[in-house]
Design a protein around this ligand. Structure first.
Ligand code: PLP
Ligand code: ZN
Length: 431
């Protein structure tokens, strides 16, 4: 078996990554052997995983998936992971709840069915556990011994936890001024956590330098040199939503945008399901959500531009605060191709939406969830999202990590002496 040397200086025999056949350039289509590569050697375009997808009948594949474990590994035949992935030590994320949000639907005037895909139910309480689980398999396959990332918060926690479970060292990088909940979550798993004096884009630039330096030798950066594999984890959101709808495509789906990876890969997942005959082919619309204080993709969409101009983020939605989103142009393509849109909301609207979801459905989302629901509401009111169609809103994280957003307006209704008289005086009883 040929041994290849690849970027990042890890060495490996041909890696076993299941149905993954090669990396292919999203811009020029050139193919490369599987390895820790992320940019095309010819045109610097981003690389993505190309597959030999299953060839049997769609009925067989559906049965095989349904018989699989209650986590993302039920879709292993469609992911860059070895066939025995479920037997390895990992966090087994996924198969989170798809909540039929009837109370919220009534409030928003949606009659076609409104669902919240609640990814706060993952092991470290955000959708990032999905992408990290795939990156861990790539790191193992390429012989990396340290797992790393540049993070807006949730990714650092997901990497720390996954590395702990997989028995890998971890060293993760975050902007120094993140929410306490995210910092603690990133540190508690025992890996190294480094705060960088700068914003996410500074952290990301630093990590790119570290990859090229001997200091970072043997390191797998899940969202940099393992990015093509990492991204594939988001396809499982698409698979689960369709399976949970009874193997049906939603009509409309609203997804938050940080780098834009999640949105582009959910679309890729939906396309694969159509190609494999697992769902009936029909039109669907993809909507992207940003916070006004970091809205480079939304600004480009509204201006009718193909180029995403970087911004300096200033929003409470820190998990989405990427001013220079790598997949921004692809998000624009998808929103335009499907007839969707990209929109943004103010921090005040984010807070209102967090409380709306909590009040109507008992789901406490983080600020990113507030962005997504806030944008959904705005687009329904603007007549852009059709209330008579089936709509899925993705809640990507847990409100316990961003308590500051709502703590000022979510306090005890009253503080009283432990007596009935005091309670009566507070006016909260029935009589
Ligand atoms: C990372 C993140 C996203 C989106 O990430 P992409 O970079 O666009 O894939 C959305 N929500 C939360 C809570 C996140 O942590
Ligand atoms: Zn290329």
């Amino acid at each position: 078996m040929a041994v290849q040397t690849v970027a990042g200086n890890a060495t490996t025999a041909s890696p076993d990554l299941g149905p993954a056949a090669a990396l292919s350039c999203r811009e020029c289509g050139e193919r490369f052997e599987l390895g820790p590569l992320f940019a095309c050697a010819s045109c610097f375009g981003p690389l993505e995983v190309a597959y030999d997808l299953p060839t049997g009948s769609s009925e067989e594949l559906r049965k095989r998936i349904e018989a699989g474990p209650d986590n993302i590994w039920r879709y292993a035949p469609l992911l860059p992971v070895p066939a025995d992935v479920a037997d390895k030590p990992n966090l087994n994320p996924g198969f989170t709840k798809l909540v039929k949000a009837d109370n919220l639907a009534r409030e928003l005037g949606v009659t076609g069915g409104l669902y919240v895909k609640d990814d706060s139910g993952n092991p470290t309480h955000s959708f990032k556990d999905r992408v990290v689980a795939i990156a861990v398999e790539a790191a193992r396959a390429f012989g990396f011994t340290t797992l790393s990332c540049s993070s807006t918060g949730n990714l650092a926690g997901a990497v720390g936890a996954a590395a702990a479970r997989a028995g890998l060292r971890s060293c993760v990088f975050i902007p120094h001024d993140l929410e306490q909940g995210k910092v603690v979550m990133a540190a508690v798993y025992g890996g190294e956590l480094v705060g960088i004096e700068g914003n996410y884009d500074d952290v990301n630039r630093f990590c790119s330098e570290l990859i090229g330096d001997p200091l970072g030798e043997g390191w797998g950066f899940v969202n940099v040199n393992l990015r093509p594999y990492y991204g594939e984890g988001s396809k499982t959101l698409a698979y689960e939503i369709c399976e949970q709808l009874g193997w049906r495509l939603p009509d409309q789906i609203v997804i938050p945008i940080a780098s834009g990876s999640q949105l582009t890969k959910i679309d890729k997942g939906l396309q694969e399901l159509i190609k494999l005959g697992l769902v009936e082919d029909k039109p669907y619309k993809v909507f992207g959500a940003q916070a006004e204080g970091c809205s480079p993709v939304s600004a480009a969409f509204k201006a009718g531009q193909d180029v995403v101009r970087p911004q300096k983020p200033n929003t409470i939605a820190k998990s989405l605060a990427i001013g220079n989103p790598a997949d921004g142009p692809y998000v624009l393509d998808i929103a335009r191709r499907t007839g969707g849109a990209v929109e943004d909301v103010t921090d005040e609207q984010v807070v209102d939406a967090i409380k709306l979801l909590a009040r109507t459905e008992g789901i406490f989302g983080e600020t990113a969830g507030g962005v997504t629901l806030g944008v959904t509401k705005k687009l329904i009111e603007a007549g852009v999202i059709d209330p008579t169609l089936t709509t899925v809103v993705v809640n990507t994280g847990d409100g316990l990590k961003t308590l500051d957003a709502v703590s000022a307006t979510s306090q005890a209704t009253a503080t009283i002496k432990p007596s009935l008289d005091a309670f009566r005086a507070a006016g909260l009883g029935t009589a």
